[in-house]
Design a protein. Structure first.
Length: 550
């Protein structure tokens, strides 16, 4: 992470405030060039496929090939981002994408590119981006203070959309004048500034006093956290569904340019540029929309506007009208995805930020990848105009999801609370000792029983998402004021991790539950070793394992 002096709060607020931090500014400017290269390559790949085949299915699969790896390896990538230095992970991922872009360039200049080979190499590039995504997104919180995080996220979205506002048009010109190979070469070259900026980032890692989780356990921990976090689950579900329904517009853009507007690569680039221009407008107004509207109201307004924009593209045969509709589509599309991204980042503590973002990116890319394939297949049957009208109709229905999956109100990030001291023990333990059983005894006045029980349901969720299992709450039938909370942790090490993963909001919830406790004695806590293998010498001649105990 950055040094403390780099994180002094700037004197002015606003969406540009994060640019005052040198590390963030360097990486942001370099990422702008990298995003430009990615979009130029996207135009080259899509148009190269359009020239090699007339199948809309194949053309739409270009986007699928780029996005499918994110869905397939998102959770391992997120776990790696949380386990290792995010700067190093990002550099390795950039090396993979650079190899893919270089191979695309060499094959195209050699005249050896085929539709299937193009898809395979797009998949390689997408694999590098999939590995990079969680580490890249979660590292933003290490470059700026917590209160600047929403502005920094919006700025990263603006970076991409500034590139998208003119990158596709540049890509169209490059492809039309020099061919797809030139587009691939430019992309490979523009990865270099970002690589240099990451090398210059003097990240200072905070060493953990507990051993690192292995990959499989880290993945399980991430899945468990998300499964017990209602706000993240809602955002992930809304992201997937929105991606499935709305992916057709971008996936079928080459077909729109070719069949509805009767244009070539330049028209295709201009249309993508219009979409990107709208995205910049949307990104610049996210803060104002968040101030004026709730998350659910903003998402509903954007999906309704998106529906109208998609319908206009389907019905228009005029480039100017189509471009105007795409400006609107780009603005609302960017607002929706940025709101989803902010929702996840502000819901996840730092220790699981990479995995939470990976789950969101998997739902985002999975929805786009599967939706792109489905809309491409449908286009081959009914045509691009009817396909887009069907997408618009489904988008019109999306606000109904708010009745069951309402966007959670999120105001600030769940920052980690201070580290807790390890409990005192007399039994010799190792990190692998376990399972551990924890019991807490509360004495609660009978008139507060229902309120206490309701609070404990929230306590259950945070215990489980931080590593506990087998949670229960019981009330003594002979002494109705006595309540016992009970849960398990797989090992002593898992219990130590669980104690030090809670956030400030979770600590406040724990204090709220403890506030119900009455009586002169504090809440009684028992920690017991279940099936205490290794803590008992079964025979006198067996070596005592206390020598390796903590």
């Amino acid at each position: 992470m950055t040094t403390p002096s780099d994180l002094q709060t700037p004197s002015a607020d606003g969406i540009t405030a994060p640019l005052r931090y040198p590390t963030f500014r360097r990486i942001w400017l370099a990422s702008l060039l990298s995003n430009l290269g990615i979009l130029i390559q996207g135009v080259g790949a899509a148009w190269a496929m359009t020239e090699m085949t007339s199948s809309a299915d194949k053309v739409a699969l270009v986007q699928t090939a780029l996005l499918l790896p994110v869905m397939l390896i998102a959770m391992p990538a997120g776990a790696i981002a949380d386990m290792y230095d995010r700067r190093i992970v990002t550099l390795i991922a950039l090396s993979i994408t650079l190899c893919g872009a270089t191979a695309l360039t060499a094959l195209d200049w050699s005249g050896l590119t085929t539709p299937n080979l193009l898809l395979v190499l797009c998949f390689v590039v997408g694999g590098g981006m999939a590995l990079m995504g969680p580490a890249w997104s979660s590292s933003v919180s290490e470059q700026v203070p917590a209160k600047m995080l929403p502005a920094a996220i919006a700025l990263n979205g603006i970076s991409y959309n500034i590139a998208r506002s003119f990158g596709p048009a540049v890509g169209g010109i490059v492809v039309a004048t020099a061919g797809a190979g030139a587009a691939f070469a430019i992309n490979a070259f523009l990865y270099l500034p970002l690589t240099v900026a990451l090398f210059l980032w003097k990240r200072v890692a905070e060493p953990s006093r507990l051993p690192r989780e292995n990959l499989s356990r880290a993945i399980v921990s991430g899945v468990r956290y998300i499964a017990n976090s209602p706000s993240i689950k809602i955002v992930v579900a809304r992201t997937m569904i929105t991606g499935l329904v709305g992916s057709g517009l971008q996936a079928l853009m080459p077909i729109v340019a070719r069949d509805l507007l009767h244009g070539g690569a330049q028209i295709y680039g201009v249309m993508l540029g219009a979409f990107g221009l709208g995205a910049v407008v949307g990104a610049l107004n996210i803060s104002e929309m968040r101030r004026r509207m709730s998350g659910e109201a903003a998402v509903r307004a954007c999906t309704l506007s998106m529906s109208g924009a998609i319908a206009a593209v389907a019905l228009s045969h005029n480039a100017i009208l189509t471009a105007a509709a795409l400006v609107l589509a780009g603005a609302v599309w960017t607002i929706v995805w940025t709101l989803f991204n902010i929702g996840v980042q502000l819901s996840a503590p730092r220790w699981v930020a990479g995995r939470s973002l990976a789950a969101w990116q998997a739902s985002f890319s999975g929805g786009l990848a599967i939706g792109s394939w489905g809309w491409g297949r449908l286009t081959d049957v009914v045509g691009v105009d009817i396909t887009l009208l069907i997408s618009a109709a489904l988008m019109l229905l999306l606000p109904l999801l708010g009745r069951w999956l309402c966007m959670p109100p999120i105001t600030e990030r769940g920052e980690d609370a201070e580290m807790l001291a390890d409990p005192k023990v007399r039994l010799p333990l190792t990190y692998r000792s376990g399972p551990l059983v924890v019991e807490l005894e509360y004495r609660v006045a009978s008139e507060n029983a229902r309120a206490f029980h309701n609070v404990m349901q929230d306590v259950q969720l945070y215990r489980q998402r931080n590593g506990a299992y087998g949670w229960s709450i019981a009330r003594d039938i002979a002494d109705p004021e006595l309540w016992t909370e009970r849960y398990h942790c797989p090992t002593w090490l898992d219990y130590l991790r669980q104690r030090n993963r809670w956030t400030q909001s979770e600590r406040a919830l724990d204090e709220q539950a403890t506030a119900f406790h009455i009586g002169p004695e504090p809440v009684r806590i028992r920690r017991m070793l279940e099936r205490p293998f290794g803590s008992v010498r079964w025979k006198e001649d067996v070596p005592d394992r206390a020598a390796s105990a903590l």
